[in-house]
Design a binder for this molecule. Structure first.
Ligand SMILES: C[S@@+](CC[C@H](N)C(=O)[O-])C[C@H]1O[C@@H](n2cnc3c(N)ncnc32)[C@H](O)[C@@H]1O
Length: 323
């Protein structure tokens, strides 16, 4: 029960911010980082040399696009190419261009929580691949699948790139994969990027750049709360802190209060106190090995049918179907 009954928590954003900032320890969901500023900051992250994920997956797609056209096209049968959390489609465009050149018959259906990301992607695709049919859908992973409203005889290829799955803890990942599995028909395929366990230093550096882009990215949560919920976070009084546990494979991002402080969120009529060095957990970026991916697949009634890897074995894309 929320004690401030006078205030209506009428959006998921308000509800989740309220829950996260009144819990102990405090937390906020990374999905709310992505507004116009957050989308731009993530593009800056993808350009950082430390953020190896983008280039490795880019190379995997570039090197395997011919095979993927055959597998997804399955004898030139039409299909819906659904991408969860598409972002700016930087890597997906490799496939979109190639599939279009190969005259595959498909509709691209990017899904993202950020309307800004979808608008930009659609505009770019109109000029870059004008013959492509694109039907974007705004919403969260969990709310959008049913809204696509596809009939059972329309083939679906579902993409989940960028190791976005790593933003879900294992329990949420199983719930999400199970939902996708229920939505799939035997002919449908799921193609997912899983960032692999590797030298912990390489992983930590990817989320802890010296120029502070990742810090700004995480702090965009507070900037957004200030803007949209009339709050007064002093963003400079929070320090971005990253940890990586090589045993569990979990990288965790925090914003840590550098001093005791009081914050007021007018739209929620909520006062929040921070003790010095108190944390807000903002994101997880899970790293995987084959055993873990196999376990996730089994738990979700999915079967791994193929996998694609880069030379350094930093990153893998797995192809899954319904068991
Ligand atoms: C880390 S970026 C990756 C973008 C793209 N998949 C790539 O590999 O470059 C994550 C994207 O997923 C979107 N996103 C994050 N959480 C989401 C959620 N729960 N539901 C829908 N979209 C989400 C964000 O808006 C963002 O565009």
């Amino acid at each position: 029960m929320h004690k401030q009954l006078a205030i209506s928590l009428d959006t998921p954003f308000k509800q989740e911010v309220y829950e996260g900032l009144t819990s102990y320890p405090k937390f906020l969901s990374s999905k709310y980082i992505y507004d116009e500023a957050g989308d731009k900051l993530f593009q800056n992250i993808m350009d950082m040399p430390e953020y190896y994920l983008t280039n490795t997956e880019y190379d995997i797609l570039e090197q395997n696009k011919t095979d993927l056209a055959q597998i997804f096209g399955c004898g030139k049968k039409p299909f819906h190419l659904i991408e969860m959390g598409a972002g700016d489609g930087k890597k997906t465009k490799i496939l979109l261009r190639h599939f279009t050149e190969q005259n595959l018959e498909f509709i691209f259906r990017p899904i993202d929580i950020s309307q800004n990301a979808l608008n930009q992607l659609q505009n770019n695709l109109k000029t870059e691949i004008p013959q492509l049919r694109t039907e974007p859908l705004q919403g969260t992973y969990f709310e959008t699948l049913q809204k696509l409203n596809l009939s059972t005889d329309e083939r679906k290829i579902i993409l989940f790139l960028g190791s976005n799955i790593g933003n879900l803890c294992h329990e949420e990942a199983v719930e999400f994969l199970s939902q996708i599995q229920e939505y799939m028909q035997p002919e449908d395929l799921l193609f997912i990027g899983f960032d692999q366990k590797k030298n912990p230093e390489t992983i930590l550096n990817a989320y802890n750049d010296e120029t502070g882009i990742t810090a700004k990215f995480n702090k965009n949560l507070l900037v957004r709360i200030n803007k949209e919920l009339d709050a007064n976070f002093n963003v400079d009084e929070f320090k971005h802190w990253e940890v990586y546990d090589p045993e569990t494979g979990t990288a965790k991002s925090y914003l840590v209060a550098k001093s005791p402080q009081e914050v007021f969120l007018q739209a929620l009529d909520l006062h929040v106190s921070f003790k010095a060095w108190e944390t807000i957990h903002t994101e997880i970026s899970q790293k995987y090995d084959d055993n873990t991916v196999q376990w996730l697949a089994e738990q979700s009634n999915l079967t791994i049918v193929d996998e694609f890897c880069d030379q350094k074995k930093y990153y893998k894309n797995y192809l899954l179907k319904k068991s």
